[in-house]
Design a protein around this ligand. Structure first.
Ligand code: GCB
Length: 601
């Protein structure tokens, strides 16, 4: 799933802007919105979630299909090409129609897909492009949810993750071309280091439509000054770069790995992958990048801003990376779904380390029954996470690895956030998924993110993974307001994990809801003072447990959550920054601690 690229043999047309927009009010097939111009007067921005754009609760709370539509012209020069519409994300299910014709469907809200237009519309002609998007979550989608219908027949959506179910076309849409005869369909690079030599192991897949005798694959590696530093022939192999500059956290260096198809000495297709040369290893209690112990500082985050929802926005992206740099964050987790590819590219370019997560969040009925007394229901069961759910989960892993495998920034795959791993059936569910992840990418370690109920004596799956990732809220959800007992309980638990598993621990979440501006002489929960005291307590514990190799606080910024919970006031307020990126008092404290940590690394 290569990200579309403009090269000397390929073109790229961006289709962002305002599209016609309408809700599908009844049944998609009988309304057939693709068959004519959309009814009504609404326009919606792409990229953006549609929920907060309009001042209309019917749109904000809509459950079901919506339609986006616009006219697209195929460039007249594309006579020797194949061409596709690339949808970078349609949350959670998307269908593409070219004029009256259904072309493709994709399930999974945070990974891209293509619809081929070649053969349906000629170069120089225009067509009506309709993308219908469905936001429903069921027990066989990832993430899962439950659809409910009230006595008046109105649908509503329940889900088990703590962020708003934003939907729509939140990332860019493109029209792109590749050479028709033969093109580079996929590139995989895996890097290694031998002394001062950088090694890029590569595997190039081509798509051949015509009989193309006489073509060959060639690779060229350029450094950051565009100087050729290595070349090789063949679709699979290794290239070596003497005195390579490594990709380091905080000091990125990217080579361009250019795959070329040549015919009679001419380049007939070319595609480049920005490649950082680095190694990753988990050894004993250490997480090593380029052979050196790494300590994660940074955040669990969300793609979340006012008005846009999960819509990708370059201004916010750059600003957020600036804030992370300012505060001394060397890493983040793409909690709880794959982020826009632009974010991954940016992390590569700026040396920010990423724990890359699938959208498998909320595979847990225990939290609901435990916290809200809703009555115990089994998570791993025929009527919730069953074989079909696991198949959808496997697809989400396949698509994440296919999309992000070449990013130097990605050092660890997280295959799920807070599944119910103390419940019977968890091991049977996860074992094949861990195996699959390792087959898809033997070069990176694998983790899942552990929930507070599944302590070391109850969890059933941790031995299958390389790193222990813990979300803990001692002093917030447990021992609320009592940091003294929280400190003891937290340290006791960490030591239990160390003794049992002998693996490195990354704290992937810890935090306390905090109303910006609320101050308290008594360090009351929700005040900025409590947030500071809470983090100081956690950090004392981290510093006493040397097997802790990282701390990612929850959350980078305040974010929107589902409206039907009484324990959230206009969203989750555990941000270090407010939703509009203003610092809370804790920001200065983290800045001092993390910058000191970075100096030690
Ligand atoms: C968690 C979840 C995260 C929530 C957070 C919280 O453990 O992983 O999605 O937002 O707790 O604030 O409750």
């Amino acid at each position: 799933m290569l990200k579309p690229q403009a090269t000397s043999t390929r073109d790229l047309v961006n289709l962002d802007g305002t599209w016609r927009f309408a809700l599908v009010q009844s049944d998609l097939d009988s309304e057939a919105p693709w068959s004519k111009p959309l009814p009504g007067t609404l326009d919606a921005p792409v990229p953006a979630s549609y929920n907060d754009i309009f001042v209309d609760p019917a749109i904000h709370n809509h459950v079901g299909w919506v339609s986006y539509q616009r006219t697209v012209t195929v460039p007249r020069g594309w006579t020797q090409d194949r061409y596709f519409v690339r949808v970078s994300a349609a949350t959670h299910k998307g269908r593409v129609y070219i004029n009256d014709k259904f072309v493709t469907e994709h399930i999974g809200g945070y990974t891209p897909f293509d619809a081929e237009v070649t053969g349906l519309v000629k170069p120089g002609e225009s067509f009506r492009l309709t993308i219908t998007v469905n936001n429903e979550l069921t027990n066989t989608t990832i993430p899962p949810g439950i659809l409910e219908v009230n006595e008046k027949g109105k649908k509503s959506q329940r889900y088990f993750h703590d962020f708003y179910n934003y939907a729509g076309l939140a990332r860019s849409v493109w029209l792109y071309s590749v050479p028709a005869a033969e093109y580079v369909k996929d590139v995989t690079v895996v890097t290694d280091v031998e002394g001062k030599t950088g090694v890029i192991n590569y595997d190039i897949k081509t798509d051949v439509q015509e009989s193309t005798s006489g073509t060959s694959v060639h690779v060229v590696v350029l450094d950051e000054t565009d100087k050729i530093v290595a070349e090789a022939d063949g679709a699979k192999g290794a290239v070596k770069i003497d005195n390579a500059t490594l990709w380091q956290p905080g000091a990125a260096y990217l080579y361009q790995f250019r795959a070329e198809i040549r015919k009679d000495g001419k380049v007939v297709d070319t595609y480049s992958v920005a490649t950082g040369i680095r190694t990753i290893e988990v050894r004993g209690y250490e997480f090593l990048i380029n052979g050196k112990p790494f300590y994660f500082t940074g955040f669990g985050r969300h793609e979340d801003t006012a008005v846009r929802g999960k819509g990708h926005d370059s201004a916010y992206m750059v600003h957020d990376f600036q804030l992370m740099d300012w505060i001394g964050a060397n890493s983040f987790r793409t909690s709880h779904y794959p982020y826009a590819e632009e974010v991954m590219d940016f992390a590569d370019r700026h040396g920010v380390v990423v724990i890359d997560e699938t959208p498998a969040v909320g595979l847990n009925l225990f939290i609901e029954s435990g916290l809200f007394g809703k009555g115990a229901r089994a998570t791993w069961s025929d009527d919730f996470c069953n074989d079909q759910t696991r198949e959808a989960h496997a697809d989400s892993i396949r698509e994440l690895v296919a999309r992000d495998k070449n990013h130097a920034c990605v050092v660890l795959w997280s295959i799920s956030n807070e599944p119910s791993t103390s419940e019977k059936g968890a091991r049977e569910y996860f074992e094949p998924l861990v195996k699959l992840t390792r087959e898809l990418d033997p070069s990176r370690p694998v983790c899942f993110i552990n929930v507070m109920f599944a302590t070391f004596d109850k969890d059933l799956i941790t031995d299958l993974f390389d790193v222990i990732c813990l979300n803990r809220y001692y002093g917030w959800y447990a021992h609320t307001g009592d940091l003294e007992s929280a400190e003891t309980a937290f340290e006791t638990e960490l030591k239990g994990w160390v003794a049992k598993y002998k693996k490195p621990i990354v704290m992937t979440e810890y935090g306390a809801d905090t109303m910006s501006g609320m101050r308290s002489h008594y360090c009351t929960p929700w005040s900025e003072d409590y947030q500071v005291a809470y983090y100081n307590m956690c950090h004392r514990v981290h510093d006493r447990v040397p097997e802790v190799v990282g701390e990612q606080v929850w959350n980078f910024a305040d974010f929107q959550t589902a409206a039907n919970h009484i324990f959230r006031v206009d969203g989750n307020k555990k941000g270090i920054f407010t939703r509009d990126r203003k610092p809370k008092a804790i920001a200065a404290v983290l800045r001092e601690r993390w910058n000191a940590k970075l100096d030690e690394l």
